[in-house]
Write a protein that binds this ligand. Structure first.
Ligand code: NAD
Length: 291
């Protein structure tokens, strides 16, 4: 495709995603603060830049895969980045950012003639490598259509509403996902004490109404294997949970269960550290059953 793409944020998700775009034939220039991340991009055939401004210069599509809204805003308020953005360029924030901040950011960028779409993802590092991510697109129909080709190289894009709608959907999804992981862990640990084999119990859940991404994927692949290597950090999950419960509260539809889940996950994070894999909460719960 005759489209140049720049990629800012080449971490656990960014690098495998950028690599899919290279494989699909896009010219990809990327930037990350970490040199090792830039080296990985070069190994997969992309072109590392020495700054975000260098990366975005002349690009048709600018993809961000950064930790959170504060970092996204910092990158997009840098004068050198704004002046390097080509007229008509479209910025796609694929990070899990805050919906209301994304809306405000889109308005600020629109004043400079820069288009903005939010397109967060689900499917983890495995989905990023396979190009099978679920992509929740928020933006005008025209803008969503403009990036559909690029996003299709990364997974299945679906427009879910106006700007911010993707980020709202993503945060709410992760609130459910985190609550499911906690609830599944409590259920498996109780079953284990009764004498049930965890694998047998998960098999029952998976053919019954208790199934979820945690019973089908997280517990069998990252907990039972004792690997805890999903590639999604505990701190990032907590950030998403907070975005969702704060949003719900602000909208007058508070999540009581969600607020409790945030408190429990916070205790695990205080003990394990933000950098731990998020699936480690299951191990932590087994070791700290009264938490
Ligand atoms: P990560 O921490 O592995 O990667 C983030 C990268 O951003 C790092 O390499 C860091 O060096 C870079 N960075 C930070 N500030 C920067 C700046 N100012 N300029 C350039 N680069 C900068 O995180 P990740 O797991 O890749 O997640 C990225 C986003 O995707 C997060 O919002 C996360 O919540 C979301 N997400 C992650 C997963 C997952 O499974 N890991 C799944 C879905 C969504």
């Amino acid at each position: 495709p005759d489209t140049s793409v720049s990629f800012i944020g080449l971490g656990n998700m960014g690098n495998p995603m950028a690599s899919r775009l290279v494989a699909a034939g896009y010219r990809v220039t990327g930037f990350d603060l970490a040199e090792s991340a830039r080296d990985t991009l070069a190994e997969s055939g992309g072109t590392p830049a020495t700054s975000a401004a260098d990366a975005v210069a002349g690009s048709d599509v600018v993809i961000l895969m950064l930790p959170n809204s504060s970092v996204v805003e910092a990158v997009l308020s840098d004068e050198s980045v704004l002046s390097a953005l080509a007229a008509g360029a479209i910025v796609v924030d694929m990070s899990s950012s805050e919906p209301l901040r994304s809306r405000a950011l889109a308005q600020r960028l629109a004043a400079d003639g820069i288009r903005f779409v939010d397109a967060p993802v689900s499917g983890g590092v495995t989905g990023a490598r396979a190009g099978s991510l679920t992509i929740m697109v928020g933006g005008s129909t025209d803008d969503a259509a403009a990036v559909e080709g690029v996003l299709s190289a990364l997974g299945r894009p679906t427009r879910v509403g106006e700007v911010g709608a993707g980020h709202a959907a993503k945060a709410l999804n992760n609130l459910l996902s985190a609550t499911h992981l906690w609830a599944t862990s409590e259920a498996v640990l109780a079953g284990e004490r009764f004498g049930l084999d965890p694998a047998v119990l998960l098999g029952v859940f998976n053919s019954s109404s208790g199934r979820s991404g945690s019973t089908e994927n997280k517990w069998p692949n990252f907990v039972l294997t004792d690997s805890y290597d999903s590639g999604f950090g505990l701190g990032l999950m907590l950030k998403d949970m907070r975005i969702a419960v704060d949003l719900a509260e602000e909208l007058g539809a508070p999540s009581v269960l969600g607020r409790t889940a945030v408190e429990r996950w916070q205790r695990a994070s205080d003990s394990l550290g933000q950098g731990a894999d998020h699936t480690e909460v299951a191990r932590w719960l087994r070791q700290n059953p009264l938490q």
